[in-house]
Design a protein around this ligand. Sequence first.
Ligand SMILES: Cc1cc2nc3c(=O)[nH]c(=O)nc-3n(C[C@H](O)[C@H](O)[C@H](O)COP(=O)(O)OP(=O)(O)OC[C@H]3O[C@@H](n4cnc5c(N)ncnc54)[C@H](O)[C@@H]3O)c2cc1C
Length: 549
Amino acid sequence: MPVTPRPTPVTALPSIAADVLVIGGGLSGTWAALAAAQAGARVVLADKGYCGASGVAATSGPGHWWVPPDPDLRAAAIAGRMAIAGGIADPAWMARILDITWTTLPTIADVYDFATDENGVVQYRGLRGPEYLRAMRRKILNHGVRILDQSPALELLADCNGAVAGARGLRRQRHEAWTVRAPAVILATGGCGFKSRLLGSHTNTGDGHLMAAEAGVPCSGMEFSTYHTVSPAWSTMTRSMSYAFAVYYDAGGREIPVPPGDITRTLARAMLAGPVTCSLHRMPDDIRERLRRVQPNMMLPFDRTGVDPFTQRFPVLLRPEGTIRGSGGIRMADEDCATEAKGLFVVGDAATREPVAGAVSGGGAILAAWALSSGVMAGRAAAARARGSGGPGDGPVTPLGRAGLRPARHAAPVDVSAVTAAVQGETLPYDKTIFRRAPVLRRSLAVLDGVWRDVRDHLDGYGLSTAGETVQAREAAALTAVARWCTRAGLDRAESRGMHWREDAPATDPAYARRLSVGGLDDVWARFDGDAPQPIPSQTIPVPEAGAA
Ligand SMILES: Cc1cc2nc3c(=O)[nH]c(=O)nc-3n(C[C@H](O)[C@H](O)[C@H](O)COP(=O)(O)OP(=O)(O)OC[C@H]3O[C@@H](n4cnc5c(N)ncnc54)[C@H](O)[C@@H]3O)c2cc1C
């Protein structure tokens, strides 16, 4: 249904002055807020949902990269990760996050009850996600952080020198507009899951990526956005530990041989040919027995439908994660997680994780350690910037938001659900993202460019009738922008590396052992490190004939 623009009945709240504004209250945002507050800053944290239950870690059991500070152990851990990172990771960044995680994680023992083993030794590596996030909320409140729940940020503000100076957003449930003035803003908005129904990811729509781009900051590694998780076909339950014991069957009931390290492509091929079923009968009894305690929500979809996954086969699919457990994101400009835009920092899944994960996923250890450590680095640096800047200031500011908020041409009805569906049509199908080919990528880019033009030119988010509709309009713009960068990066990396697979270029080319940045809003550009920019105006990319291979 087309949306009819009407004035937004929101009340503008008085502007809040802060030293540091954190946008996003998941793992990385709460760690950033804590570090900034501990460094003496006045911190405001705004989350789209409820900080403490929001973000992808709140439904999982994040294991951290946890290696004792023994030089040999650390060197071996780093060498092991470098060996699989596709030549684009950085051992120095890895060493830093190992160190920060080791010294920082135990500091929440006052609010989080760490498990102990049978000998009474405290186990720091793996945490229970829901309790972890609740504890982080408690911890930051104890340190005086002001939390704005249900308060999505919509756009950044810039001061007269072009530095980022705060943000604006909406309090969804109260139809109020908030403004925070701060000389340092930390983007902690998570990855972009393209609304694929990955558990806990419905708020991860790439808003931070779009805000960064509007401040002139590019992304990097967006081609590494093809991580997929197995889930029961009827459920969003993406707790994947149990599938280490899975046996899969094709449409004819034959067992599918899964070569180690190639599970996603193997299953995706089978799923493109027909339904795939799974059985967990190989899971050892002691793990089955512990499963309900360790991952209580894992069994819910089975209990609800009366399926016994240990004796019965059940249909499964691969749930795309976009950039969430991919490794691409907003590019950092220095070792404090600052970006190229003055006053703007980026942490966690919103940032590129190439330095610590390279071309492969860092899920299972690296990403949680990165969320924590990047939060600590950026939180401290943001507090230092605030100290040196003389405070939030009260001069004039310019709102930077464009697409989805203010139409570039004239307001006209834009069907926001159709925008999201169009983006999903290019980002979720396995034959477009897992098995990439240049002609298909070009076609996707042309489709997405058309969607972008419509959103940019006509979608009047601020003119919509409810705060919820305004937020959805902005999300639609962000999803479109991120989809275009992922697609363009997939096209320019004309080789296969890590999780990026090109059917038409299956070899890894040593010439491409470099990071690839993408940016731009109207004209998307791409550039390998060390190369000149390649500004192909995306509107002029020819649309190949449908069906061209
Ligand atoms: C199923 C699963 C299991 C995982 N297990 C592990 C593991 O064992 N080990 C490991 O290392 N990693 C793991 N990961 C990855 C790890 O959980 C993430 O890297 C980490 O949680 C990222 O934290 P984050 O704060 O950057 O992002 P998120 O946790 O996604 O938080 C982002 C927050 O930003 C908010 N937000 C978004 N847009 C806006 C906006 N416009 N305004 C305000 N707020 C906004 C969201 O509401 C959300 O609260 C797992 C991921 C998944 C999906």
